[in-house]
Design a protein around this ligand. Structure first.
Ligand SMILES: C[S@@+](CC[C@H](N)C(=O)[O-])C[C@H]1O[C@@H](n2cnc3c(N)ncnc32)[C@H](O)[C@@H]1O
Length: 219
């Protein structure tokens, strides 16, 4: 199905599977408790798109973590970034590549599990901007991202995570603060469809602590 995604003064028309539920796979769940959350654009994803649409990203390197269809990376690319979208579902990466191509964007997409990041991605660090939307919905996610994000950052990197106030996000933010990262937050209204997570998404921005940017964060 086609979906219209508003993003500030931009507008994305993307293709995605009609139903995430239809993609449920018992073997995948049994193996790694994977669920096909990638197949829709979540309220946090739309808030992240709106934020990125308001930024001048010309020439900046941007990586999206758990990008799903990859709308955040697409908007970053539209704003001039060298954007890389990542997700652990190969099907998500395929959709991401297809949509980016359909929109005429020069955006990359690769499979990446936060717990086993490919050397080729780590070799591209530091990124100027690391972004993610609704990726802190399980405790194990925060633990993995606390290890990964510092490895993607340099002293000038900014990290932006849009989150619909999931309970497990608190431990992640607390871990970053305890490790000396500078953290700010802002609550923004969700554009478009509102789901059970409510009409507000919390946007966390992080800056690395001086000279400690690549130390893993213990969550
Ligand atoms: C709730 S969805 C959000 C998708 C998209 N960011 C959005 O807001 O529309 C969470 C995303 O994180 C991805 N994800 C979950 N665990 C992951 C992991 N260990 N490594 C990489 N991606 C992961 C899922 O496949 C999914 O695309």
């Amino acid at each position: 199905m086609w979906e219209d995604v508003p993003a500030g003064d931009l507008h994305l028309r993307i293709r995605r599977p009609p139903s995430a539920e239809d993609l449920l796979d018992e073997d995948e769940f049994a193996d790694d408790e994977r669920l096909p959350y990638w197949a829709e654009v979540w309220p946090s994803g739309r808030v992240l798109c709106g934020m990125l649409a308001g930024m001048d990203l010309a020439g900046r390197s941007v990586i999206e973590l758990g990008g799903g269809i990859g709308t955040g990376a697409m908007v970053a690319s539209m704003r001039g970034a060298r954007a890389l979208c990542t997700d652990w579902y190969p099907a998500a990466v395929e959709f991401s590549r297809w949509n980016a191509g359909n929109l005429g964007l020069d955006m990359e997409a690769v499979v990446m599990d936060w717990r086993h990041p490919p050397a080729a991605v780590l070799a591209r660090a530091p990124f100027d901007l690391v972004v993610g939307a609704d990726i802190l919905y399980e405790a194990r996610n925060g633990e993995a991202l606390g290890q990964l994000i510092p490895a993607l950052c340099g002293p000038a990197t900014e990290v932006i995570i849009a989150d619909p106030r999931r309970p497990d996000a608190r431990a992640f933010v607390g871990g970053m603060q305890a490790a000396g990262w500078h953290c700010t937050r802002e609550d923004l209204a969700v554009p478009g469809r509102i789901d059970e997570t409510g009409p507000v998404v919390r946007v966390h921005r992080f800056r690395p602590p001086p000279a400690k940017h690549n130390e893993p964060v213990v969550i």
